[in-house]
Design a protein around this ligand. Structure first.
Ligand code: NDP
Length: 480
């Protein structure tokens, strides 16, 4: 097989001189500094984007503030829902274009861009559209008499807070950007998005589609740039809520900054070192396809994916032998080739970070299978299974955010729970077993925001998502 043909519309979009998207149009930046976007599979520069300074950011926030006060907050919920649904229709019509933009900038397999990133973005947009007409306050029955014994009544009103800053990581820019847009717009808020400097194109294109969908100018703005651009955004006095998805260190810094800025509301969706527990009763052949798919999807660059496998010791040798055989057969190659099963990492700094962990594992003789960066063009590494040197091993404790997984034996349930919870993170976990009663006993003991049984890394807009411990504050999706 060969690479899919890049659409004419994608080539034309990439070739543009990109600015920020402010008040419904592409706006030239105040600074001349530009950032090159590199295709991680070929290392070719494919486009350059603008860097927003404080003035650019203020323009975008002012536009969002005006759109909030003059238009969006007063739009009827029915109208808001219609427009979000219209945007979902347009994303569907432009699905291949958006999928190709994502693959070219993130190295995500084209089928994953099509069937997960874009397909899920449409599902989430329609889910959020449905909420617009269903957000209500409550009336309350007084529980005690007032001072003078009169009866009184009380009610709550849900009001939009104003401008939201949506800060998005590079792994699923379109989908995570849409999570932030969907929840802001359905509630009557407006948004300024700051995508990662590595993957901005799909959100710039989405902002144009939003105008086509009839969403007024200024309701969705996009400023591009590095971390500094994100800082200007959080510091803007007109930003009333920060919705951040990214790493723990950046999340903590953003949370502290938001608190200093008169307690700006903040939700933080951060990293994980997620555990999958494989109990003694499972049939390894039955669970392996789903477990390994959930683990190595997008080369492990998925916040919810497992990085630690805990295997009951009676199944450890069988698991290692069979899992290694499957992992070694994953066909590594161009993400634009529909037959490829495993593509490159998304950018050079992340490639260097994952290589650091692989080198550490190689030095300490911990590699079970994989463990190498490929000697080729592009940011390719092998999918890797490792042994760890106890629970204080950095490879056990630190998030690699790559295709690097620890395989650890356990004997008793107590030992399993102690090791699973020995982590600063608490994003997701899974238990693989046919013994549902046992799974139900283990689940409340596991410190994680989402815990699946016989599946992992499955997100549903109707189910709240978010971490405990250092994995985050707040929840996305549902009515949470
Ligand atoms: P980062 O924390 O490095 O960056 C996230 C976003 O924040 C990017 O847009 C980045 O811009 C921006 N940023 C960086 N510094 C600042 C700052 N000081 N102020 C404001 N914004 C800033 O994370 P990554 O992009 O590397 O993403 C990977 C991490 O995200 C992993 O830890 C992963 O687990 C986590 N993640 C969590 C998810 C969840 O739902 N819990 C989902 C997906 C990822 P720039 O890229 O330009 O530096």
């Amino acid at each position: 097989m060969s690479d899919v043909k890049i659409l004419e519309s994608v080539q034309q979009f990439i070739a543009r001189h990109h600015g920020h998207f402010i008040h419904g149009e592409c706006v030239a930046t105040e600074t001349s500094e530009r950032i090159e976007l590199v295709n991680p599979a070929t290392e070719h520069v494919i486009a350059s984007i603008a860097t927003a300074d404080q003035q650019d950011v203020e323009k975008a926030v002012q536009s969002a503030h005006n759109a909030f006060s003059n238009a969006w907050a007063n739009t009827s919920p029915y109208e808001r829902g219609l427009k979000l649904n219209k945007l979902a229709d347009l994303v569907e019509q432009h699905a291949e274009e958006l999928a190709q933009l994502e693959t070219l900038t993130t190295g995500k397999l084209i089928n994953l861009s099509r069937h997960l990133e874009v397909a899920q973005s449409i599902i989430f947009l329609r889910y959020f559209a449905g909420w617009a007409t269903k957000i209500n306050g409550q009336t309350m029955q007084p529980s005690i008499p007032s001072m003078h014994g009169e009866k009184y009544s009380a009610y709550t009103v849900r009001q939009p807070v104003g401008v939201v800053a949506g800060i998005v990581p590079w792994n699923f820019s379109l989908m995570i950007g849409i999570w932030k847009i969907g929840s802001a717009l359905t509630t009557g808020c407006t948004i300024v998005l700051k995508p990662s400097e590595f993957t901005t194109l799909s959100l710039l294109r989405l902002a144009e589609l939003a105008i086509e969908a009839g969403i007024p100018a200024g309701v969705i703005n996009v400023v591009t740039g590095k971390g500094e651009t994100g800082q200007y955004l959080i510091d803007s006095a007109l930003v009333k809520k920060v919705s951040f998805t990214g790493s723990v260190p950046t999340g903590i810094a953003i949370g502290q900054q938001a608190m200093k800025n008169d307690l700006t509301r903040v939700s933080l969706e951060l990293g994980g070192k997620n555990a999958a527990a494989i109990l003694a009763d499972v049939n390894i052949d039955e669970i392996l396809p789903n477990l390994l798919q959930a683990t190595f999807v997008h080369q492990g660059q998925v916040c919810a994916a497992p990085e630690r496998f805990f295997i009951h010791q009676s199944k450890y040798d069988e698991f290692v032998q069979k899992a290694s055989a499957v992992v070694q057969q994953l066909k590594i190659g161009s993400p634009l080739d529909e037959m490829t099963m495993f593509g490159p990492l998304s950018n050079r700094p992340h490639f260097e970070k994952v290589k650091h962990y692989l080198d550490l594992a190689q030095r300490n003789n911990q590699v079970i299978t994989g463990g190498n960066a490929l000697q080729t063009t592009g940011y390719f590494v092998e999918p890797t299974l490792l042994k760890v040197q106890g629970i204080d091993d950095p490879l056990f404790l630190e998030e690699t955010f790559g295709p690097v997984v620890d395989v650890i034996a356990f004997e008793t349930d107590e030992e399993l729970i102690t090791m699973m919870n020995h982590s600063r993170f608490g994003l997701t976990a899974s238990v693989w077993t046919n013994d549902l009663a046992k799974a139900m006993r283990l689940i409340p003991q596991i410190e994680a925001g989402s815990i699946w049984v016989n599946m992992h890394t499955f997100l549903d807009p109707a189910v709240p998502f978010g971490g405990v411990k250092a994995s985050g504050v707040g929840r996305e999706f549902s009515d949470a």
